[in-house]
Ligand binder design. Structure first.
Ligand SMILES: [Zn+2]
Length: 155
């Protein structure tokens, strides 16, 4: 692993430890050239994910984007960072199995999956996210949506 500070190619692993749920490994590294220390994160990746936006454009999947949006939705809610991390892991793992032959993932599908994950984590966070995501600007829409959430009629 190249040193991010000086670009030196030879850095040494000083310490490795798995995350609590065992899905990632953090490695502390040291650059013998400039003495910098940094951390790398090792995570299983089953395949490269590509997202198709509504307008048909494609872009590489961005895990951090999911995490950011979930952090935003769960702000000040009593949710453990670990629980979020695991929820994102589950989403990514599921996306990696999306379709057959490594099909691209439609971006609305990701939004739906995030909503599903939030629904099981925290109702308030779920509503926050959903109201933004679906852009419920009209009162009627939102009411129909809440009804749907309560297990009522279809939206
Ligand atoms: Zn260095």
């Amino acid at each position: 692993m190249k040193c991010p500070y000086c670009g030196h190619h030879d850095t040494q692993v000083k310490d490795s430890r798995p995350s609590e749920d065992g899905t990632t490994i953090k490695r502390r590294r040291h650059c013998s050239h400039c003495d910098a220390r940094f951390t790398t994160l090792e995570r299983v990746q089953l395949r490269e994910l590509v997202v198709v936006k509504r307008d048909g454009t494609r872009k590489p999947f961005d895990r951090d984007k999911i995490m950011r949006s979930m952090l935003m939705a769960t702000r000040k809610r009593p949710i453990q960072a670990d629980a979020l991390e695991q929820a994102v892991n589950r989403i990514v793992r599921e996306l990696e199995h999306y379709g057959t032959d490594g099909a691209d993932v439609p971006s609305p599908h990701i939004g739906e999956m995030v909503m599903d994950a939030l629904r099981t984590l925290d109702q308030v966070a779920y509503i926050r996210y959903a109201s933004v995501y679906r852009d419920f600007t009209e009162k009627g829409d939102f009411e129909a949506f809440v009804k749907h959430m309560d297990g009522g009629e279809e939206r």
